[in-house]
Design a protein around this ligand. Structure first.
Ligand code: BJ8
Length: 429
C-alpha cells in the first residue's frame, strides 16, 4: 500500500458517485476522526498509524485495489452480516466487502424508501448505496443479504430494485438439529450463486486455503483483544474498534500482517506495563448492535470520561472472531460442516432462543475484569432491544452493574447520554 496522495476523482466519477454529496461526506470525516482519535488520545500504539492512514484515505486506495482486481476479472461481493462466510467468497477468487453504514449522513437517500422506525444501520447502508456516495457499494457486482432481523429482510427488497442481491435464508432457531441442515443447504445455494457470478468452481482445496486465511485474520484480532485484558490496557477501546471496523473491507492478507504487527506491539506493551489509560481506570464492556465506520459515538463518550472500553460483545467485536474452528475434512461437504458449526455459534439476538449471548457476556466480564456493562442498542432494533431488558435484569441479579442505552447515529442525544454515562461511571466501585 503506497502512501502517496493520489487524485481519486476520476475513479469516483467512473464509479458513478454523486461527487457533490460525496465531497460533503469526505469533508466532515477528517474533523470527526481528528477529534475522536488524535486530539483526545495520548500514547497511542505506533501500529495505529497504518489504521489512521486507511481511514484517512477511506474511499481511495482500497477502492482502487478493488477496481484493479475487478479489471483483472475478480468479482466484488457486498455483505451485511457475519453470517455470510467470507471463506466461501474468497475461495471462489472473489473479494468480500462489508457494507454496513455507521453515519446518518446517507439517510437523505433512503428516508423516502423506508419508514421512520427502522434502525440507523439499515437506513445508513441503504442510503450509501442508493445515494451513490459509497464507492465500495458502487464497485460490488452483487450483494448478499440474509434473513436475520425483519428490517434487513424487507430492506433487501428495496435495495434489490437498484442492485442484484441474493438472499441467504439464515435459520431462526439455530439450536435445532434441522437448523444446521437448513443452513448447510443455504450455504450450498450461496456457492452455486457465487459460482455463477464469478464463473469459478469451488474446490475443496481452495475452500481449505481460504478457511486458513480467514481464520488467521480472526486470530490476529483475537490476539489484539487478549492484550486488552491487561491493566493498564495497552490500547483504547476506540482504537480497537477502529481496527475491527477496517477488517470488514480491507485485504485479509494485509490485515493478518498489520493487525499481527499491532498485536506484537501491544503484547510488548503489556509486558512493560505500558498503557493508554491509567492503571485502575474503570473497565467497560460494550454489548449489543454492531458499530460500523464511522460510528464511534459511545466509545468516544465513555473514554472521554476517563473510563476504558476493554471489549465489545458485538459483531464488530468478539462475535467477529469467537467460535473458531479447527479445519478438519477433505471434501467440500466436510469443510462446509466446519464452517456451518462456527457460524451457528455466533450468538446474535436475531435468533431464538439466544441464551448463549448471556453466557458470552458473563464470561467476558470475568475474563476482562469488567467493572460495568454498557448494553448498546440502536433505536428500533427490536431483537437487541428486547434482549437488553432481560440481560439488564439478569446481570444486575449477578451483581454486575449495567447501563442500557438506546441511541442512533445523530449527536442530538449526546448531552443526555454523557450525563447518564458519567453517573454510571461514578457509581462503579
Ligand atoms: S450476526 S448483529 S451482523 S444480523 S441493528 S440491522 S439486527 S435492526 S446488524 Fe447483525 Fe448479522 Fe446479527 Fe451480527 Fe437489524 Fe438490529 Fe438494525 Fe442489525
Amino acid at each position: 500500500m503506497t502512501t502517496e496522495k493520489t487524485d481519486w476523482y476520476p475513479m469516483w466519477k467512473e464509479l458513478g458517485l454523486d461527487i457533490e454529496k460525496h465531497d460533503q461526506l469526505l469533508a466532515v470525516l477528517p474533523d470527526i476522526f481528528k477529534k475522536v482519535f488524535i486530539d483526545s488520545q495520548k500514547n497511542r500504539p505506533k501500529g495505529m498509524g497504518f489504521f489512521d492512514f486507511v481511514v484517512g484515505d477511506i474511499h481511495g486506495i482500497r477502492v482502487s485495489e478493488l477496481k484493479k482486481a475487478k479489471e483483472e476479472g475478480k468479482k466484488i461481493i457486498g455483505t451485511f452480516c457475519l453470517y455470510i462466510p467470507d471463506e466461501i467468497i474468497f475461495a471462489l477468487d472473489a473479494i468480500g466487502v462489508g457494507l454496513c453504514g455507521g453515519t446518518n449522513f446517507s439517510n437523505f437517500a433512503s428516508e423516502d424508501l423506508l419508514p421512520i422506525n427502522i434502525c440507523a444501520l439499515i437506513k445508513s447502508a441503504l442510503g450509501f448505496g442508493i445515494g451513490n456516495i459509497c464507492p465500495y457499494y458502487a464497485i460490488t457486482d452483487i450483494l448478499i443479504g440474509e434473513t436475520t432481523c425483519d428490517g434487513k429482510k424487507k430492506a433487501w427488497e428495496v435495495i434489490g430494485e437498484f442492485k442484484p442481491i441474493y438472499i441467504v435464508e439464515t435459520p431462526q432457531c439455530k439450536t435445532r438439529p434441522q437448523a444446521k441442515a437448513h443452513f448447510l443447504e443455504e450455504l450450498k445455494g450461496l456457492i452455486k450463486k457465487l459460482e455463477e457470478v464469478t464463473g469459478n468452481k469451488l474446490y475443496a482445496e481452495n475452500l481449505r486455503i481460504s478457511m486458513e486465511k480467514i481464520k488467521k485474520k480472526r486470530e490476529q484480532l483475537k490476539r489484539l483483544y487478549e492484550t486488552r485484558k491487561a491493566d493498564p490496557v495497552p490500547i483504547s477501546g476506540k482504537d480497537a474498534l477502529l481496527v475491527s471496523q477496517i477488517a470488514f473491507y480491507d485485504d485479509p492478507e494485509r490485515q493478518i500482517q498489520m493487525v499481527g504487527k499491532l498485536a506484537d506491539e501491544l503484547e510488548e506493551r503489556v509486558n512493560k506495563h505500558v498503557g493508554v489509560m491509567e492503571k485502575g481506570s474503570k473497565r467497560i464492556l460494550v454489548s449489543g448492535t454492531p458499530m460500523a465506520v464511522p460510528n464511534w459515538k459511545i466509545h468516544d463518550l465513555v473514554e472521554s470520561k476517563g473510563a476504558v472500553i476493554v471489549a465489545e460483545e458485538t459483531c464488530t467485536g468478539t462475535r467477529y472472531f469467537d467460535s473458531e474452528y479447527e479445519i478438519k475434512g477433505n471434501t467440500i461437504d466436510e469443510l462446509l460442516e466446519v464452517i456451518a458449526d462456527r457460524y451457528l455459534g455466533i450468538n446474535c439476538a436475531c435468533f431464538t432462543p439466544n441464551e448463549g449471548r448471556k453466557e458470552d457476556i458473563t464470561k467476558l466480564v470475568k475474563d476482562y475484569n469488567v467493572d460495568g456493562v454498557l448494553l448498546y442498542t440502536l433505536n428500533f432494533c427490536q431483537p437487541y432491544d428486547i434482549e437488553a431488558i432481560r440481560l439488564e435484569k439478569q446481570l444486575k441479579e449477578e451483581g454486575i452493574p449495567v447501563l442500557s442505552i438506546s441511541t442512533d447515529y445523530s449527536s442530538e442525544d449526546e448531552g443526555s447520554l454523557e450525563t447518564r454515562i458519567e453517573a454510571f461511571l461514578e457509581m462503579l466501585n
